[in-house]
Design a protein around this ligand. Structure first.
Ligand code: PMP
Length: 362
C-alpha cells in the first residue's frame, strides 16, 4: 500500500491524521527543546506540563472537577483487572461483576483470585449479543463495588444508559468507547481504558478515579499497584510511557476541536448509521450479531451467509483499502471497529462496498 487505508482494526486502531501529522512535525524537536518528546526527561517542565494538560483536558471533557484525579499508568487495561480488586476488595466485602463480554469475563476472573467475587449478571447464554438488563442484576451482600464493561469490543454491544446502584461504587472498563459520547462521569467511582482505541497509541492506560476511593487503598500493596501513590506522584512515580501520554494529549485536543463529546457523538452516530443501514437494508444477506437496542457505535459485528463468503469479503475489502475487518473468533464473520478517529468517508466507503459485495454475491 502506498497510501493510508481506512483502518478498521479493533486496537491498536486508526488515529486522527491531524494528530499523526502534528506528532511528525514535533518528532525531532519538541517545544524547542532540541529533542524528541521521547528523549525529554519525564521530570522536565515540558513533560510535566503534558501530563497536567492531559489530566485537565480529560476532566474538562467529562465535566469533572476537584473530586476526581486522572492517572496515566502502565500495563494496559488488563493490569486494571487485577489492580481494582487489590485496591478495593476487603475481607468482609464482595466484588460484583456484570459480565457482558470476554473482557468483562477476564476482569471477573482476576477478581476471583483476589477475594470474594460475585457474578451479578451475565449474557453468556446468548453469546453476549445484548447487554445485561438492570432488572436481571442481583447484587451480593456487602458489595465492595460493581464492575461493568461499557462497550464490548468483541461482540459489538454497548451500554446506552448506565445502571445506578446507589452508594455502591460503580467501576467501568471503558476501553473501547471512552470519550465517544457525553455521559455523567460523576456517577462513577473509577473509569479505566487502554488508550489504543479512542485515546491514542498503546502503552498507557487512563484511570479516572474519585478521590474518596484513594483513601481505601491498603498500604500493604506494592507501590506500583497503588492508585494513591500514582495520584500523589501525578503519574510520575516511575518513568511513565511518555510518548504515549504525549499522543493522548494531542488526541484530547483533537476531540475538543471536534466539538467535545457532543460533537464526537453526532459524528459517531452518523457514521455508524451508514454501516448499520447497509446491514438492515440487505435482505438478511448481512446478519448483525448484536440486538438492535444494544448495538455498539464503536464495533459493528455481522455475519455473511457462509464462511467462504466472509473470507472473500475480507480479502476483497482489503484490496479496496478497507483493512482490519476480520471478526474475532468468538463471533466469527466481520467486525468493523469505527472508533472516534474513523472518518465518515471510511464508513461510507465500507457501506458502499457492502452493497456492491451483496449484489455480486447474493
Ligand atoms: N477491555 C476491553 C473492553 C478491551 O477491548 C480490551 C482490549 N481489546 C481490554 C480490556 C484489554 O486491554 P489491554 O490490551 O490494554 O490490556
Amino acid at each position: 500500500m502506498s497510501e493510508r487505508v481506512f483502518n478498521f482494526n479493533p486496537g491498536p486502531s486508526t488515529l486522527p491524521l491531524e494528530v499523526l501529522k502534528e506528532a511528525q512535525k514535533d518528532l525531532l524537536n519538541y517545544a524547542n527543546t532540541g529533542m524528541s518528546v521521547m528523549e525529554v526527561s519525564h521530570r522536565s517542565k515540558e513533560f510535566q506540563a503534558i501530563v497536567q494538560e492531559a489530566e485537565e483536558q480529560i476532566k474538562e471533557l467529562l465535566g469533572l472537577g476537584d473530586d476526581h484525579r486522572v492517572l496515566f499508568l502502565h500495563g494496559g487495561a488488563s493490569t486494571q483487572f487485577s489492580m481494582i480488586p487489590q485496591n478495593f476488595l476487603t475481607e468482609d466485602t464482595v466484588a460484583n461483576y456484570i459480565v457482558s463480554g470476554s473482557f468483562a469475563q477476564k476482569a471477573y476472573k482476576e477478581s476471583v483470585k483476589v477475594g470474594q467475587t460475585h457474578l451479578a449478571g451475565s449474557t453468556k447464554d446468548v453469546n453476549h449479543n445484548r447487554i445485561v438488563g438492570t432488572d436481571e442484576v442481583t447484587l451480593s451482600d456487602n458489595p465492595a463495588y460493581v464492575h461493568i464493561t461499557s462497550n464490548n469490543t468483541i461482540f459489538g454491544t454497548q451500554w446506552k444508559d448506565f445502571p445506578d446502584f446507589g452508594d455502591v461504587p460503580l467501576i467501568a472498563d471503558m476501553s473501547s468507547d471512552i470519550l465517544s459520547k457525553p455521559f455523567d462521569a460523576s456517577k462513577f467511582a473509577l473509569i479505566y481504558a487502554g488508550a489504543q482505541k479512542n485515546l491514542g497509541p498503546s502503552g498507557v492506560a487512563v484511570v479516572i478515579i474519585r478521590k474518596d476511593m484513594l483513601e481505601k487503598v491498603p498500604e500493604s500493596l506494592p507501590s506500583m499497584l497503588r492508585y494513591d501513590i500514582m495520584a500523589e506522584n501525578n503519574s510520575l512515580y516511575n518513568t511513565p510511557p511518555s510518548f504515549s501520554i504525549y499522543m493522548v494529549n494531542l488526541v484530547l485536543k483533537w476531540i475538543k476541536k471536534q466539538g467535545g463529546l457532543e460533537g464526537i457523538a453526532a459524528h459517531n452516530e452518523e457514521k455508524a448509521g451508514y454501516v448499520y443501514d447497509a446491514i438492515d437494508n440487505s435482505d438478511a444477506f448481512y446478519a448483525g450479531h448484536a440486538e438492535k437496542p444494544d448495538r455498539s457505535l464503536m464495533n459493528i459485528t455481522f455475519r455473511l451467509p457462509n464462511e467462504d463468503l466472509e473470507k472473500t469479503f475480507v480479502t476483497e475489502a482489503a484490496k479496496k483499502g478497507l483493512a482490519g475487518l476480520k471478526g474475532h473468533r468468538s463471533v466469527g464473520g466481520i467486525r468493523a471497529s469505527i472508533y472516534n478517529a474513523m472518518t465518515k468517508e471510511g464508513c461510507k466507503a465500507l457501506a458502499d462496498f457492502m452493497d456492491e459485495f451483496r449484489l455480486a454475491n447474493k
